[in-house]
Design a protein around this ligand. Structure first.
Ligand SMILES: [Zn+2]
Length: 387
């Protein structure tokens, strides 16, 4: 069993790479999943020696090779003051036992979205959803491929792990003091965030889909929930079965995303393992982000199943569900050994044991800078018997 730890560059540099490496050596951690290109965030940092929070727009923590990109390229974080944190960290990690992986955010980028509203997701009502870039847009596809290619050339990553390289989800996780004073529910949020940009519509038309009817269905679904004529807890999949044009429209996105992953794979050095996180919502509902797990698996080396659960059975079930949907790809797992799901060493141990018994051979823990020291100590207890 291998163990990794998600980490932010500011936490590594504020504490010192060697100090964090020491913690990892003592607790059975051999790999770091380092945020290299990341969404807007305010992180609360319980044990960072230099600050209690890091607040930023979506940023890269390296200086991109601008000529390799098209219209969109990552914006280096201003707080680096011209330094290149990825370069600094890569250099310092070379002297430690640790292996570096890139934790890479794709379409969730409100900074690029606000600067390029025509490349963002567009709601069925025509609103630009600035928190998310639409992966049907050629300029966004170019950006995503260039990002992976650029990262693979600038550091000796063992793995590049992808997050939100997809159509994302209606509410965008919230970042802008969001206000919702009615319950849209899973269906309403999904339909509100379903992209009807020019490229999504073109792709669907070319595939023979009646786009006008599809858009009208999406609008009517949201409106019915707003007006109280459709319960907000309506199951999305069953509702869609009665709206065949919209169902067909959603199918087309899965093919678009599969083609994009094929392109991403083709720019990546074969020595680097390519992974994707699955999923921050229900595993069986990845289609809401345009993801067919089994089709995308052809272009990936593994999935990391996000299993931020408070008991063994729930964590194991997420892995088993993923395995049922895509049986031929190795599955890693992500565990959150802290608030709000876990508060004891026994719980972490039980979940790690359960995942190991299910055949998981690689677990990542979330996240070095966000967890208090007492929670970081739980990791060592859980990894002890696997070292
Ligand atoms: Zn779109």
């Amino acid at each position: 069993m291998d163990f990794a730890l998600w980490v932010y560059p500011w936490d590594l540099l504020d504490e010192g790479v060697h100090s964090v490496a020491e913690y990892c050596a003592e607790n059975g951690i051999g790999e770091l999943n380092l945020a290299t290109n990341y969404h807007a965030v305010q992180s609360f940092l319980p044990h960072n020696p230099k600050r209690k929070t890091f607040f930023t727009q979506a940023s890269s923590y390296f200086h991109p090779n601008k000529e390799d990109y098209g219209r969109l390229s990552p914006v280096p974080n201003e707080q680096m003051n011209g330094d290149d944190w990825l370069l600094q960290i890569s250099n310092e990690i070379a002297d430690t036992h640790l292996t570096l992986n890139s934790w890479t955010i794709g379409c969730h980028n409100s900074r690029l979205g606000m600067a390029n509203p025509d490349l963002t997701l567009e709601s069925p009502f025509g609103d630009s959803l600035l928190f998310g870039l639409c992966p049907s847009q050629p300029a966004v596809q170019k950006y995503l491929c260039s990002l992976v290619s650029d990262l693979s050339s600038r550091s000796s990553f063992k793995r590049i792990e992808l997050e939100t390289f997809d159509y994302f989800y209606g509410t965008g996780f919230g970042w802008h003091h969001d206000k919702y004073h009615l319950e849209l529910g899973r269906l309403g949020e999904f339909l509100f965030g379903l992209c009807f940009c020019d490229k999504c519509c073109d792709n669907a038309r070319k595939a023979g889909v009646d786009v006008d009817t599809a858009r009208k269905s999406a609008q009517e679904g949201v409106t019915a929930i707003i007006n109280g004529n459709l319960p907000s807890d309506t199951q999305p999949a069953s509702w869609l079965r009665a709206h065949s044009s919209l169902e067909a429209y959603i199918e087309v996105r899965m093919k678009t995303l599969a083609d994009l992953y094929n392109d991403i794979r083709s720019v990546l050095d074969s020595s680097i393992r390519l992974g994707r996180y699955v999923d921050f919502f229900d595993i069986e509902e990845t289609w809401m982000q345009g993801v067919d797990l089994d089709i995308l698996a052809e272009h990936l080396d593994y999935y990391t199943v996000i299993a931020y659960e408070s008991n063994r059975q729930a964590a194991v079930e997420r892995v088993q569900t993923t395995n049922r949907l895509t049986p031929d790809i190795p599955l890693h797992a992500g565990v959150l050994p802290g608030y709000p799901v876990i508060d004891s060493a026994e719980m972490v141990q039980d979940i790690v044991d359960g995942l190991a018994n299910t055949g998981v051979e690689h677990i990542s823990f979330y996240n070095y800078g966000l967890l208090p020291k007492q929670n970081l100590n739980l990791i060592g207890e859980a990894t002890k018997s696997y070292r």
